[in-house]
Design a protein around this ligand. Structure first.
Ligand code: PLP
Length: 399
């Protein structure tokens, strides 16, 4: 018998953390490793946001507050939703947590009973299924591919839904493949969901502002208003404002759900860090020009990355519509032999082979999509150029 609870055996540690750890170990052993596993912007948090945090410390914002966000923070979130998404939420329809991750976890804890199902299109952010399992539920994975733009189709959704479905998770733009749903695509999914009133939509909008080619951003609550009463919209400051370490995210949705989430939060973490909330208020209410400057910078790097990867034999590369990853297919590399002997049997072997050539990446199986690798372009031009050269050399070394 294990000394630990059964729920610890239902889940695994984050695969991208494992990949980053391997990269660090190889670097520590003196090897030149270019790290393309990174899941966060490489820009510094803007100065006016840091200043707001310092000011909050000296203004004595150092004590407990409401468990699910200060009134000022909820107000900043309400204004964000109104300004950017045309969505109107009252304070009791908003929750603020320690990252988008935390607000998603709370929502699953609040709604998922043993055996309840959560539909998750793959490739997915590896945390969703593990959170569902922690909550006692069953992830129902629906595979998508490059041909469908890495998006679930209405027919696939129809097939996946049952009387036990609690949630459909939509992450657009998506990590890791950058797939992005249009308003029409969301409406088509809603037509199917209509017949399953127990199924709600969890819309993870964390990459809202990292969207390319002038594509309009679509989100369920705003673009399918008839569904707003069944939608939980999650967003945060990590990616848009380069604040991953500050740990502030938020969710908005039906008041009854928000009330249950507040109860869970009040008996677990209590309020998210007051200083980080003050910083997040400055981020949401302050100047937004750097958000667009960073997006343009990511767009430029995306081009650089796509050029660097184009023509590499064995890689199938689609341009991501959003977020800061490319997710090439590597099926054509499987079955080939590495120079030192040994066959490349799967995506984990591809990642190990790339690491031998000095590039750290994450295997697609971590995202429920084996036969792919995730390469982040939240890195310098030089790292990306040289990274692509090394990947090309690694692919060419296989016979
Ligand atoms: N959702 C997705 C799809 C992500 O990729 C990430 C971070 O990698 C998060 C949520 C977590 O964001 P936060 O830092 O707000 O917890």
């Amino acid at each position: 018998a294990s000394a630990f609870a059964a729920r610890t055996r239902r889940i695994s540690p984050s695969a991208s953390n494992v990949a980053s750890q391997k990269a660090r170990e190889a670097s520590a052993a003196g090897r030149s490793i270019l790290n393309l596993t990174v899941g966060e912007p490489d820009f510094e948090t803007p100065d006016h946001i840091k200043q707001a945090a310092t000011d909050a410390i000296w203004a004595g914002q150092t004590r407990y507050t409401r468990a699910d966000g200060t009134p000022e923070m909820k107000d900043a979130v309400a204004q964000k939703f109104r300004r950017e998404n045309g969505l109107v939420f009252a304070a009791n329809e908003i929750t603020v947590g320690c990252g988008a991750k935390h607000t998603i976890f709370n929502a699953f804890l609040a709604t998922v009973d043993d055996g309840d199902e959560v539909v998750i299109p793959s490739p997915y952010w590896g945390t969703y299924p593990e959170m569902v399992r922690l909550a006692g539920g069953m992830p129902v994975i629906v595979p998508t591919d490059e041909a469908s733009g890495f998006k679930i189709t209405p027919a696939q959704l129809e097939e996946a839904l049952t009387e036990r479905t609690r949630w459909l998770v939509i992450n657009s733009p998506g990590n890791p493949a950058g797939g992005t749903y249009s308003k029409a695509e969301l409406e088509a999914l809603a037509d199917v969901l209509e017949r399953f009133p127990r199924a709600w939509v969890l819309s993870d909008d964390i990459y809202e502002h990292i969207l390319y080619d002038g594509r309009p951003f679509a989100t369920f609550a705003a673009d399918v208003p008839a569904f707003a009463h069944r939608t939980y919209t999650v967003n945060g400051v990590s990616k848009a404002y380069c604040m991953t370490g500050w740990r502030i995210g938020f969710g908005a949705g039906p008041r009854a759900l928000i009330t249950e989430i507040a109860k869970i939060q009040s008996q677990s973490t209590s309020n998210p860090c007051t200083i980080s909330q003050a910083a997040a208020i400055a981020a949401l209410n302050g100047p937004q020009d750097h958000v667009f400057a960073h997006r343009d910078e990511f767009a430029r790097r995306r081009t650089l990355m796509l050029e660097g990867l184009s023509g590499i034999p064995g890689l199938s590369v689609a341009a991501p519509e959003g977020a800061f990853y490319v997710f090439p297919g590597v099926a054509a590399l499987l079955g080939r032999s590495a120079p030192g002997g040994g066959t490349i049997a799967n995506d984990v072997d591809v990642v190990a082979h790339f690491l031998d050539h000095g590039v750290a990446s994450v295997p697609g199986s971590a995202y429920g999509a084996p036969d792919h690798v995730r390469l982040s372009f939240a890195a310098s031009d030089e790292t990306l150029r040289e990274g692509c050269r090394r990947i090309a050399a690694a692919c060419e070394a296989l016979s």
